[in-house]
Design a protein. Structure first.
Lengths: 335, 327
C-alpha cells in the first residue's frame, strides 16, 4: 500500500499494464511530456517512443487508429486530454469501434481504452469543463467508468485496459491532485460494473460517481441528523443495479448526486429503475440533485453555484426527509 | 467615450498601430501577476511576440467583417478594439469583462467589432468562418470572414474540410495561420512533414502567401491583398504568418522544450522593436516619444487592472441567462 495522488495512480496503472502486456501502448497529444495534468509523466523514458506515441493534433486519426490497432490484437490506450476534444472524432468510437464486434459477428474485438480529463470546478470555461457522460450512454458496445479516488483510478484503469471491448475512463481533473492509499498489483484491480459502498447508513441511499462521491461524503459528515449509505457507482455503463437495489430496499430512500445537467442526466435512469423495481417499498420519492441545464460559467462564484455543493446536498436531503416530497432545485422559480 | 469601435479607428495611423502592439504586450505581461494574486483561474494562452499579426489583421478589416480566433485570443481582441478592461475583466471573471465574466480567457468576444466568441477547440473556428463567408455571399454584401489559428491546427480534419469547401464555393474567407513553431509542447516539424504550411493550400487550389509575422507592415500588405481578392468575389486565401510566442503554451508551461537560444534569436526580431525602429528611422517618432508612449501605456494598463479588480463578478442570475431564446 502506497500513498499517492490520483494522477500518479494513472501513471502506476499504465506502467503496470504496459509491463505485464507488451501489446499495451499509449497514444495522444503531448503524452510524452506528461500532458497538461502530468498524468503520463515518465512513461516515455520507461517504455520508449514506440509505446508512448505523441500524435499530431488529429483526434479522428489517432482515435480511429486505436480502433484499428485494437482490432489487430493490440491494447491501445488513447488519451483525449480534455473529453470535449473527442467531439471531433466521435464517429470512430461510437459508430465504428463500438459496433465492430457486433458487425463482425465476433471475428473482431476492440480492446481499446480512452482516457480523458473531465469535469468542472477549476475555471476552465464551458468548453473544457464538462463530464459528457451523456455522449457515451445509450451507445451499445461501450463501457464508461468514472473513478473517485486514487485507488479506483488505479483499479478501474487496469480493468479498462484488460477489457476486450472499448472502455471510456473519465478522469475528473479536480481529483488529479487528491491523495489516497493505493493497493497496487492484482489486488488493487477494480472490476468494471461493480459499485463500492462508501458508508453504511439507514435513512437514505446516496448514489454518486466521480467528484460527487466527495460531495456526498462531505455532506454526510457535515451533519448528524441523518445517516446515509453512499454508493460510489464507479462504472456508469453498465451500472451496478443489484448494489443500488439492495441499499435502497434497506433505506427506502434514494438521492442521486450528479455533476452534469439535469436534463438527460444519468440519475434519471437510476431513479426510473428504482421506482420500477421497488415500487411500494419507498418512503419518499427518489430525488436527483444535479447541475442546471446551462453551460458551465467561468466566473468563480458562478461555477461554484453551478456545481451541487455539499451544503446544497444537505439542504435538499433535510427537506426531503422533513416533507417527504422531492425538493425544488435552486434554479426553479429563481429566474 | 472610448468604445471598441473608436479604438479600432486608432489603428489608422502608424503610431496608433505601434501603441496597440505595446498595449498588447503590456496586457499579456500583466497576467502572470494577476494569476499569482489569485485573480485568474483555469488556463491562459498568451500571444506576446505575436502582436504584429493581430494588429495587422485588425488594421485591414472593417468592423463589419467577422473574425473567428482561438483561445490564444487576447491580442486579437485588443487589436480589434476590445479595451484592456474588457480583456482583463474577462480573464478575471468580472462583469465588465467582454463576455460578462462567464467566458474566461479562452472565450473573448465583442460583436460590435466582429469578434465572435473565441474557440477553445482546435480547428473549430474554421468551419464557422466559412459559414460567415457563405452568409455574406448569399446576402450579396462584400463582407469577409477571417479566421486565426495556429500551426498545429493544420493537422486537424476541420482545417482540410473547410479549405476544400471554401475553395470550391469561392467563399470570401481568409485563413490565417499564426505559425509560432509549436503546438502545445511539440515543435511543428515533429508533427508535420512540410516546412511551409501555406503549401497546404496547393491541394485545394487556393491562393496562398507566406508573410513575416513580426513586421506589421508586411502583415497588412498580405492581409489587404487577400481581403481585396475576397471582396472582389475571387474566393479564399491561406496566409501563413511566421511568428513566435515568447511565453509557454499556457500558464502551466515553462517551455523547456525550446531549442537553446531560439527565444533570444526571435527576440532580436521583436515586432514592437521592428515597428518602433522604422518610425524612428523615418523621423515619425523620437526615442523620447517612444519612452513616453511606453510609460503612458503602462499607466493605462495599471489603471485598467485597478478598474477590473474593483469590479464585481457577474450576478448569479447570469448563469441561467441566454441559454436559449426563452431563457
Ligand atoms: C480538438 C482539440 N484537440 C486538442 C486541444 C488541446 N490544445 C489546445 S491548444 C493546442 C495546440 C494548438 O497549437 P497551434 O494550433 O499551433 O496553436 P497555438 O496554441 O500555438 O497558438 C492543443 C493541442 C484542443 N483544444 N482541441
Ligand atoms: Mg502554434
Amino acid at each position: 500500500m502506497t500513498v499517492m495522488r490520483t494522477r500518479q495512480a494513472v501513471i502506476e496503472a499504465l506502467s503496470d499494464e504496459m509491463e505485464s502486456d507488451p501489446n499495451v501502448f499509449l497514444m495522444g497529444e503531448d503524452i510524452g511530456s506528461g500532458g497538461p495534468f502530468k498524468a503520463t509523466e515518465g512513461l516515455i523514458e520507461k517504455f520508449g517512443e514506440s509505446r508512448v506515441i505523441d500524435t499530431p493534433i488529429s483526434e479522428m486519426a489517432f482515435l480511429g487508429a486505436g480502433v484499428g490497432a485494437a482490432a489487430m490484437g493490440m491494447r491501445p490506450v488513447v488519451e483525449m486530454m480534455f473529453i470535449e476534444f473527442i467531439g471531433v472524432a466521435l464517429d470512430q468510437l461510437t459508430t465504428q469501434g463500438a459496433f465492430f464486434r457486433y458487425l463482425s459477428r465476433g471475428a473482431y474485438q476492440v480492446p481499446l481504452t480512452i482516457r480523458a480529463a473531465a469535469g468542472a470546478g477549476m475555471g476552465f470555461g464551458c468548453q473544457h469543463s464538462q463530464i459528457l457522460d451523456q455522449w457515451f450512454r445509450g451507445n451499445a458496445g461501450i463501457s464508461l467508468v468514472i473513478p473517485s479516488n486514487p485507488q479506483s483510478m488505479y483499479g478501474l484503469l487496469r480493468s479498462a485496459i484488460r477489457s476486450n471491448d472499448p472502455v471510456v475512463i473519465l478522469e475528473h481533473k479536480g481529483l488529479y491532485g487528491e491523495r489516497g492509499e493505493v493497493i497496487t498489483g492484482e489486488a488493487g484491480i477494480v472490476p468494471i460494473g461493480q459499485a463500492r459502498k462508501v458508508t453504511e447508513g439507514s435513512d437514505v441511499t446516496i448514489v454518486a460517481i466521480g467528484s460527487t462521491v466527495l460531495t456526498a461524503k462531505a455532506a454526510l459528515d457535515s451533519q448528524s441528523e441523518w445517516s446515509a449509505e453512499i454508493i460510489d457507482l464507479q462504472t456508469l455503463i453498465p451500472w451496478d443495479k443489484s448494489s443500488v437495489m439492495k441499499s435502497v430496499a434497506k433505506t427506502g430512500r434514494l438521492v442521486v448526486v450528479e455533476e452534469s445537467s439535469y436534463s438527460g442526466g444519468w440519475g434519471a435512469e437510476i431513479c426510473s429503475e428504482v421506482v420500477s423495481k421497488l415500487w411500494g417499498q419507498l418512503k419518499s420519492p427518489p430525488h436527483r440533485i444535479t447541475s442546471p441545464d446551462a453551460p458551465i460559467p467561468y466566473a468563480q462564484e458562478l461555477e461554484k453555484r453551478y456545481l451541487p455543493s455539499s451544503v446544497y446536498v444537505v439542504a435538499q436531503i433535510n427537506e426531503l426527509l422533513k416533507t417527504g416530497k422531492s425538493p425544488a432545485a435552486w434554479w426553479e422559480g429563481a429566474k | 467615450m472610448v468604445t471598441s469601435l473608436s479604438r479600432r479607428g486608432q489603428l489608422n495611423t502608424e503610431i496608433g498601430r505601434l501603441e496597440r502592439m505595446l498595449e498588447i504586450r503590456a496586457v499579456e505581461e500583466s497576467i502572470q501577476t494577476l494569476y499569482n494574486d489569485g485573480h485568474v483561474r483555469g488556463s491562459t494562452h498568451l500571444a506576446n511576440g505575436q502582436e504584429a499579426v493581430s494588429v495587422g489583421i485588425a488594421s485591414v478589416l472593417r468592423p463589419t467583417d467577422v473574425v473567428t480566433c482561438t483561445y490564444r485570443g487576447h491580442a486579437a481582441a485588443l487589436a480589434l478594439g476590445v479595451t484592456p478592461e474588457g480583456v482583463l475583466g474577462e480573464i478575471c471573471g468580472r462583469v465588465i469583462g467582454c463576455s460578462g465574466g462567464i467566458g474566461g480567457s479562452m472565450h473573448l468576444m465583442d460583436a460590435s467589432v466582429g469578434l465572435m466568441p473565441t474557440f477553445a477547440i482546435v480547428g473549430a473556428g474554421l468551419p464557422v468562418a466559412a459559414g460567415v463567408a457563405l452568409a455574406a455571399k448569399l446576402k450579396k454584401n462584400d463582407s469577409v470572414a477571417l479566421t486565426i489559428f495556429g500551426d498545429g491546427s493544420t493537422n486537424i480534419g476541420a482545417f482540410h474540410e473547410t479549405l476544400n469547401m471554401a475553395s470550391i464555393f469561392k467563399l470570401p474567407v481568409i485563413f490565417v495561420i499564426e505559425n509560432n513553431l509549436y503546438g502545445e509542447y511539440t515543435r511543428i516539424n515533429l508533427s508535420t512533414p512540410i516546412e511551409d504550411l501555406a503549401d497546404r493550400a496547393d491541394s485545394y487550389a487556393m491562393r496562398k502567401e507566406i508573410v513575416d509575422g513580426q513586421d506589421v507592415d508586411a502583415v497588412i500588405k498580405a492581409i489587404q491583398s487577400a481581403v481585396d481578392f475576397a471582396r472582389a468575389g475571387n474566393g479564399p486565401s491561406l496566409i501563413e504568418a511566421k511568428t513566435y510566442r515568447y511565453s509557454g503554451h499556457s500558464r502551466s508551461d515553462p517551455a523547456t522544450y525550446r531549442t537553446p537560444g531560439e527565444l533570444d534569436e526571435w527576440k532580436k526580431r521583436d515586432p514592437l522593436d521592428i515597428t518602433a525602429n522604422k518610425l524612428i528611422a523615418k523621423g515619425t517618432l523620437s526615442q523620447a516619444d517612444l519612452e513616453k508612449m511606453k510609460l503612458d501605456i503602462a499607466a493605462r494598463v495599471t489603471k485598467a487592472i485597478e478598474t477590473v479588480l474593483e469590479s464585481d463578478g457577474p450576478d448569479l442570475s447570469t448563469l441561467m441567462q441566454h441559454v436559449s431564446e426563452k431563457g
